[in-house]
Design a protein around this ligand. Sequence first.
Ligand code: ADP
Ligand code: MG
Length: 319
Amino acid sequence: VSSPSGEPTPQTEFALIDWIRRRAPGSSSVVLGIGDDCAMLRTRPGCEILATTDMLMDGRHFRLQRDGPEAVGYKALAVNLSDIAAMAGIPLAALVSVALPHEGAAPIAQGILAGMKPLAERFDVALAGGDTNAWDGPLVVCLTLLGEPTPPGPVRRSGACLGDSILVTGPLGGSLRGRHLRPEPRLREAQALQRAANIHAMIDLSDGLASDLDHILVESGGLGATLEEESIPIHPDAIAMAEDGRTPLDHALRDGEDFELCLTVAPAVAERVLREPLEGVRLYRVGEIIATSGLWLRSVQGAVSRITDGGFDHLRSAE
Ligand code: ADP
Ligand code: MG
């Protein structure tokens, strides 16, 4: 497929975002632009703001009839908090835009706020603005979250180093069984890790470990990673979902919406934080960063195979 200019049309979500990124207008105040979990703006020296946005659509990220508006409100804020956590930032304020279905518009909006409020209070986030629309289409909620980085600065996807250990903050896979509606943003965990360790690279797992770890590898200059099959923490939901014929490991690698953090640290640092756990922080070492590009899986028997195709792709997946 070609565009009118003869240029090939991007076929994946990642390729499309890359296409946009190469053409995006910039400015001197944008210190980190497209390509990480949050953008960072600097209004003047020492004054930095993190910004992130995520849109949720009925039928894709939730089902209004089944889940109710409170679940939508909770999820809309939680997934954005997760992106602030991925930079080891602190959230400040949210802007919430809604396209409400005409039927039941006001109660839906009220339900969204009710679902969002306890989470906003827990993490001291203000609702500072938004936009309200109604139409004949399904519910769409778009939340923009602003925050601030913490010293020594935002943790980017691009800082992974050869030999780093790869850690995740919780068991993975099968979130569609219900966890995808109630993700726990790992903000406190990220803060505790940032204080205790030099985190080289970090991302939150929204599209699946295989796909999101690949973003770290690409942004870190084309490094690779070996994952140890027996070390990947598999959620009971991934085991329950494996009745569909895919293995629990496959679910753990490729299912989206775990919203755990994936980070890389020097091996000695990994050993220390695994030996002396930080309060309230679960950590699992799943593999290491290697020089050969691509994502590899070492089986229990020691055989290494390539992990092909990542996780969730919005351009490829039909509902
Ligand atoms: P995340 O899963 O952390 O929300 P995404 O994979 O959605 O991140 O996006 C990756 C990067 O691309 C982010 O920096 C995001 O801000 C940016 N991005 C995504 N879609 C667009 C778009 N339509 N225009 C500009 N930037 C975009
Ligand atoms: Mg993210």
